[in-house]
Design a protein around this ligand. Structure first.
Ligand code: NAD
Length: 305
C-alpha cells in the first residue's frame, strides 16, 4: 500500500509518517510538504520519502498521487494568529489547496483522510461540541478549515470519493515546535518552564481545551487508512477531556516536580473560550482506540524536549 501524507514534514505529519512506516501492510509513505512550517529533520530516520513542493502545484500533486491508495491531508497554514495577519494566504493553502488535492484524488479514486479543526465550531457556545451543531468560525483559519472540510465531504457526496474528515482539537506532543511566535500552548509552556521563565496565559486562564496526544491522533489516522474508514459526516478526533489553561500549568508543574510561575496578558482575538469534543461518533468508528492520558502525554513530551 502507498500512502501520501500532505504536510508530512510538519508536527502531526512527521509523527504519522513514522507510525505508517511501522504498520504492516504499508510499503511506501511519501510526504509532500513545502517546508513552510515543516522541517526536513522531522522525517530523519522515518523511512518516508520527502517530496518538497506545494499542494497548490497541480502537476506535482498529480505525479505524487500516481499509484497512491490513500492520502492523509494535513498540509495547511495551521495558525489562528497567522490567519489574522494573512487571511488570503490562509485560504489559499487551506481551502484552495484542499480543493486542488481533491481534484487529483477524484481522478484516481484515492481514499482521502483530511484534517479539519475544532475551530469550525467557533462561537457556538454548546458543550460538548457534537458534530451536528451549527458551525460559526471566529477566525479566517476556522473559516478556511470549514471550507476545506465542506469540500472533502461534498466530493464524497458528489463523486463517490471515499472520504473521512476528522476535526482535530488541541493536539500536542513530540516534534511540536516551541521556538516561534505562534507556538501552541503545550510546547510554549514546556519550553518556558524548562527555561525557568513565567508562563504567559492569555486572559484569566479559565478557558478550556480538549488536549489530544499526537500518538493517539496518528493511531486513528493510520487505522483510518488501513481499514479504509469513511464517513459522510465530519468526525471529532478528541475524547472530551476538558482542561483549563490554568489547570494545564498545574499538571505541567506536577510532571516537572516543581512550581511554575504564570503571567497574565490580554485574551487573543479569534480564540474561543471553551472547547470539548463529544466523542461518540469517533468511538463508533474506532471502537478499539485508547487515548493516551494527559499526564502520560505531557511526560513523553517533556522527555522529548
Ligand atoms: P504543521 O505546521 O506542523 O504542519 C503543517 C504542514 O503543512 C507543515 O509541514 C507545512 O510546511 C505544510 N504546508 C503548509 N502549506 C503547504 C502547502 N501549500 N503545500 C505543502 N505543504 C504545506 O501543523 P500541524 O499542527 O502538524 O497541523 C497539521 C494539520 O492538522 C493541519 O491541517 C492543521 O490545520 C490541523 N490541525 C492541527 C491542530 C493542532 O492542534 N496541531 C488542531 C486542529 C487541526
Amino acid at each position: 500500500m502507498k500512502v501520501v501524507v500532505t504536510g508530512g514534514a510538519g508536527f502531526i505529519g512527521a509523527n504519522l509518517c513514522r507510525e505508517l512506516m511501522a504498520r504492516p501492510g504499508i510499503d511506501e509513505v511519501v510526504a509532500l510538504d513545502d517546508l513552510s512550517t515543516g522541517r526536513v529533520d522531522n522525517l530523519e530516520g522515518s523511512g518516508a520519502d520527502l517530496v518538497e513542493g506545494s499542494i497548490l502545484d497541480q502537476g506535482l500533486v498529480s505525479d505524487v498521487l500516481a499509484d497512491a491508495d490513500a492520502v492523509v491531508h494535513l498540509a495547511a497554514r495551521p495558525s489562528i494568529p497567522r490567519s489574522l495577519a494573512a487571511p488570503v494566504a490562509s485560504h489559499a493553502a487551506n481551502a484552495t489547496g484542499t480543493l486542488l488535492l481533491l481534484e487529483a484524488c477524484r481522478r484516481r479514486s484515492v481514499h482521502v483522510v483530511a484534517a479539519s479543526s475544532s475551530s469550525v465550531y467557533g462561537g457556538v457556545p454548546d458543550l460538548p461540541k457534537h458534530e451536528d451543531l451549527p458551525t460559526r468560525p471566529l477566525s479566517p483559519y476556522g473559516a478556511s478549515k470549514l471550507a476545506a472540510e465542506a469540500y472533502v465531504l461534498a466530493y464524497g457526496a458528489s463523486f463517490g470519493l471515499p472520504v473521512l474528515a476528522l476535526r482535530f482539537f488541541n493536539v500536542y506532543g513530540p516534534l511540536q515546535p516551541a521556538d516561534h511566535a505562534y507556538a501552541a500552548v503545550v510546547p510554549a509552556f514546556i519550553d518556558g518552564a524548562l527555561r525557568g521563565e513565567p508562563l504567559t496565559v492569555h486572559g484569566d486562564g479559565s478557558q478550556t481545551r480538549d488536549f489530544t496526544y499526537v500518538g493517539t491522533v496518528v493511531a486513528v489516522l493510520a487505522d483510518s487508512v488501513l481499514r479504509g474508514v469513511t464517513s459522510a459526516r465530519p468526525v471529532n478526533l478528541a475524547f472530551g477531556t476538558r482542561v483549563s489553561i490554568l489547570e494545564l500549568t498545574g499538571r505541567l508543574s506536577a510532571v516537572l516536580g516543581r512550581p511554575v510561575e504564570v503571567v497574565h496578558v490580554p485574551p487573543r482575538p479569534g480564540d474561543v473560550h471553551d472547547s470539548q469534543a463529544a466523542d461518540g461518533r469517533l468511538r463508533r468508528l474506532f471502537p478499539g482506540i485508547e487515548a493516551v492520558p494527559l499526564e502520560t502525554g505531557l511526560e513523553r513530551t517533556v522527555a522529548w524536549f
